[in-house]
Design a protein around this ligand. Structure first.
Ligand code: AMP
Length: 405
């Protein structure tokens, strides 16, 4: 048993997604897409951290103190060892790291060396909550698995080629250039992966005009023409755009000034307000769509209002991207809300028959884990639900980088 599992880890990639107090990991085969194990460590740095590991159909959870990401990876490695997988000798192809912000420097998956680490660190001012956590994960993986190449896959990379008019804020050029202020876009790995899946599903890889709606706890929309993004809703940071679980999305920037001048909130308080206490949570106290749907069904007016605001913003972006694209062939829903909340899909595209967009209610109601069409046969625009898989995309990109060495 032990030997078999160890052998099957050969050629696998360990994907790490390190947050400020969490670490998600997955061991998978980029070619066969087989997931051999996955896990998550939470509340890292607190006295009661927890780690859950799933492998060979068994799930184990342990509550313990994990002082840092190094300790979390070490504990995960012991879970792997319990299942007969010694990560140090399993012949891993690579460790693939999700890195949130690549700034103006990184727009391809990149083999990590000390120079890359110092550049990721330098651009951390652009993502002060995320990049430092990603770097801690990188450091821990490099010290615990020194013989396995580490590859950074950047959440901003796919949007590197955004047209200048979409990427540029209308502020003083000198200030913007000095401080690297532009629209970078995020969730790029997901938008790229899903848009490629759409092209495959429709068997139409060239010149496909599509809108991808990544609706999870974080949410973003993108307009993609012929495989290249022409616009996206997140900007310099992941705060811009759609209403999200706890993030406001678009607001009048004057509100920030008002909160500072009149409400006397400091930058950190405003940061917390807009990133953690806004969006659906700020509107109705819930950031999980399941709870919002339940509350709406029970007649809760606050949940209904939050939902309406969420849908309003989403429709505004869909409309804008339809005009930007000129012609839309496909609109695709993905991520936790997009893949599961049929009412969001129906309401986001309701009443657009004149634009050739017709959802089939029965198809939309089907729950499934695979890519599917939910538009009616007479819909000009294909409306799809396509599960995202950022881990697989990261594993493939990391494996490609290593293969090219
Ligand atoms: P993600 O960030 O992609 O993992 O998505 C997480 C979000 O998906 C959760 O916060 C929920 O709001 C939402 N979600 C997950 N499952 C469902 C479901 N069955 N129905 C509605 N929303 C869901």
């Amino acid at each position: 048993m032990t030997g078999t599992t160890a052998m099957s880890a050969r050629g696998a990639v360990l994907v790490l997604n390190a947050g400020s107090s969490s670490l998600k990991y997955q061991l998978l085969q980029p070619d066969t897409e087989e997931v051999q194990a996955d896990g998550v460590a939470e509340r890292i740095g607190e006295s009661e951290s927890s780690i859950t590991h799933e492998q060979d159909g068994e799930e184990s959870t342990e509550v313990l103190a994990l002082p840092d990401h190094h300790a979390a990876i070490e504990r995960a490695m012991r879970f792997f060892a319990d299942h007969g997988t010694d990560l140090t000798t399993a012949g891993l192809l690579a460790v693939g790291h999700r890195v949130v912000h690549g700034g103006r420097t990184f727009y391809r998956p990149t083999l990590i060396d000390p120079e890359v680490i110092s550049e990721i660190s330098r651009i951390s001012t652009l993502a002060p909550l995320h990049n430092p956590a990603n770097l801690i994960g990188i450091d821990a993986a490099r010290s615990l698995l020194p013989d396995v190449p580490s590859v950074a896959v950047f959440d901003t990379a796919f949007f590197h080629s955004l047209p200048d008019a979409a990427a540029t804020y209308a502020i003083d050029r000198g200030v913007a250039d000095l401080h690297a202020i532009r629209r970078y876009g995020f969730h790029g790995t997901s938008h790229e992966y899903v848009s490629q899946q759409v092209a495959e599903f429709l068997d139409r890889p060239v010149d496909l005009h599509q809108i991808v709606l990544h609706l999870g706890n974080g949410a973003s929309a993108s307009a993609i023409a012929g495989g290249s993004p022409i616009d996206t809703s997140m900007g310099m940071t992941p705060l811009e755009g759609l209403v999200m679980g706890t993030r406001s999305g678009d607001i009048d920037p004057g509100i920030v000034l008002h909160l500072n001048r009149v409400a006397r909130l400091g930058v950190d308080q405003i940061d917390t307000l807009l990133n953690k206490q806004s969006g659906l949570k700020g509107l109705c106290g819930e950031n999980d769509f399941r709870s919002i749907t339940e509350k709406m069904a029970a007649g809760d007016a606050g949940a209904r209002r939050a939902y309406d605001i969420y849908i309003h913003r989403l429709r505004r972006y869909i409309g804008a991207y339809m005009i930007e694209l000129g012609r839309v062939d496909a609109i695709t829903f993905t991520a936790g809300v997009g893949e599961n909340a049929a009412s969001v899909r129906a309401d986001a595209l309701a009443g657009l028959e004149n634009y050739g967009i017709v959802i089939d209610a029965e198809r939309n109601a089907v729950r499934a884990k695979h890519a599917r069409r939910i538009s009616a046969d007479d819909s000009d625009v294909d409306v799809l639900v396509v599960p995202t898989n950022e881990e697989l995309a990261i594993a493939r990109q990391a494996a490609d980088v290593v293969a090219a060495l």
